[in-house]
Ligand binder design. Sequence first.
Ligand code: NDP
Length: 280
Amino acid sequence: MAVIIDGKAVSKKLLEQIKNEAELYEKKPCLAVIIVGNDAASKIYVNNKRKTALELGFKSIVTELPEDVTETALIKEIEKLNNDTTVNAILVQLPLPKHINSAKILETIKPEKDADCFHPSNVGKIAVNGKVFVYPCTPKGILSLLDEYKISVAGKNVVVVGRSNIVGRPLAMMLLNKDATVTICHSKTKNLSEITKQADILISAAGNPKFIKKDMVKDRAIIIDVGITRDSNGKLSGDIDFENVKENSSYITPVPGGVGPMTICSLMQNTLDLFKLQNK
Ligand code: NDP
């Protein structure tokens, strides 16, 4: 039976450390979040970010813009935050409405204030294993979880399912930078289970509920579930068929309570780190 990785407990501990460190500074780190439209899930995420930031004693700015905001108006808002010296970290909540070019928006955020490391120049630094300002929140949270459980990735076969710019792609590069042997899978991958069965560490970020079954996983593998899907009753599911897969794996993250809490924790750490860089 697997050890259940407790993301909630790790996140609580790390947030406490962040709070203690932030208290040492006279000025307070400031996180600015822009949200466009009325997407219910996005609103919940943004409220949680604001609440956590305030609990840590950070300053929190939330800019709410209507669904039909123009790209030009949104860029203006970002530029205002770029030029505001009291703002340390900027995040534009995704997804954005279809009429807005997300890539263009993410490129507008000043790289030094890019709280989620989505700017191409920051992503490029990860790609060349260079010195970054901060790492993207969810991949960083996953690596922090593994660290807390003293799980090294060096030399291990790590299979990442999912290649989005938010999770799979940067995560794969970060794992490679830590000497893992990385395979990236996606919806066009053939014989997925033949590949997942090779994984010492399997990380799934597909958003496909419970599709990783027991027979797709090697005995004693370490399983990290990034997927979050809400069914019609509001119940959350991960990508992993948790109840069955946990029997033969060595470590496994639950959903909820695994990777999820780590993402917000990384965002707070990134806000503090960017604040420190800007106040050296
Ligand atoms: P995307 O939809 O952008 O990407 C999903 C990726 O999974 C794509 O690369 C897709 O392939 C691949 N994929 C989908 N279905 C399959 C399949 N059956 N077999 C193999 N690959 C598949 O999602 P995100 O990366 O933004 O998010 C992924 C999941 O993680 C979601 O459930 C999301 O809610 C969750 N999430 C959780 C976070 C957390 O804090 N825990 C943070 C961010 C996301 P292709 O590229 O070919 O389409």
